[in-house]
Design a binder for this molecule. Sequence first.
Ligand SMILES: Nc1ncnc2c1ncn2[C@@H]1O[C@H](COP(=O)(O)OP(=O)(O)OP(=O)(O)O)[C@@H](O)[C@H]1O
Ligand SMILES: [Mg+2]
Length: 311
Amino acid sequence: MSSDVFRTDHQSTDLDDRWAALTSDESQPDVADAFVFHFSEVEEELDPDQRWSTWLDVERGSRGPHSVTQPRPDWVVTEQAAIDTELGILKTGKEADVFLLERAVQQIGDNPARRSLLAAKRYRSEEHRSFHRSTSYVEGRRTRNSRDSRAMAKKTSHGRSVAAGQWAYAEWDALCRLWKAGVPVPYPVQVDGTELLMEFIDDGDGGAAPRLAQVRPKPELLGSYFEQLRDGMRELARAGLAHGDLSPYNVLAQGDRIVMIDLPQVVDIVGNPKGMDFLLRDCHNMCAWFTSRGLEVDEQELFADLLTMVF
Ligand SMILES: Nc1ncnc2c1ncn2[C@@H]1O[C@H](COP(=O)(O)OP(=O)(O)OP(=O)(O)O)[C@@H](O)[C@H]1O
Ligand SMILES: [Mg+2]
């Protein structure tokens, strides 16, 4: 194969001249069009609020679940050439901040341009973070290795980032497990250290869906929200789990459906000594909100119903 097969438009005139000089032939080199690559420069400069997509940087187990029966949602952008752009902060919290991120890829050949919005939950590892989630949530949980356990106990900076990463991975595990079980949670896209990327739950109008605490649904929708909540809590209970921090602030209202969020502390109902207490508190928080909005629901009834799923 001659060296002029791989050439840019810029080089082609020189080569044509050289070809003509060498052969004393004025005709064009006979290179089949199919073998000529035309390069165009790719814009490699990223803005300060951009990065290359981290999708392929993380190991396979850190990318969202999918199977034959539950394919990965088609909006997930998996191309290596995709770019992540920070669009702003959704909410700062005590343990984590949630940002809006765009993951988008330009049109490449026949592949069309694609764009998806993600919620990036970034757990804090700095000293000033204060976890309101107490150690009672994690009783019985193991850390990955003893060096990490010692670092966490001594509260070294490595220990603090291990702790932050563990909350991110705990939420990741819970989201994957619950999404597969059909519980209404955001689709978990990927986890990378202290950063968790998930489906952005929108309000259909470009903004974030409101928290349940912020809405006053009409009676029919309120009833439907409660059914959805009970079904979701049943699925959780069937897996032996309670949310552990369920409240109208950790449930989003997306049009006529609800989505449960904020799951790093999911609790093993039987394995955790306070499992039942957490489940009852979840029932209490949610029933109190529904009752305040005009739907009389009984927390003990809900609690008893959920327990039948566990045992
Ligand atoms: N997937 C999502 N889609 C849209 N908005 C989201 C999503 N995840 C989180 N948010 C927004 O960010 C807020 C905080 O998220 P989350 O409750 O998971 O974090 P947190 O650090 O526990 O916050 P807090 O301490 O306020 O409970 C939510 O109330 C919601 O408004
Ligand atoms: Mg929350």
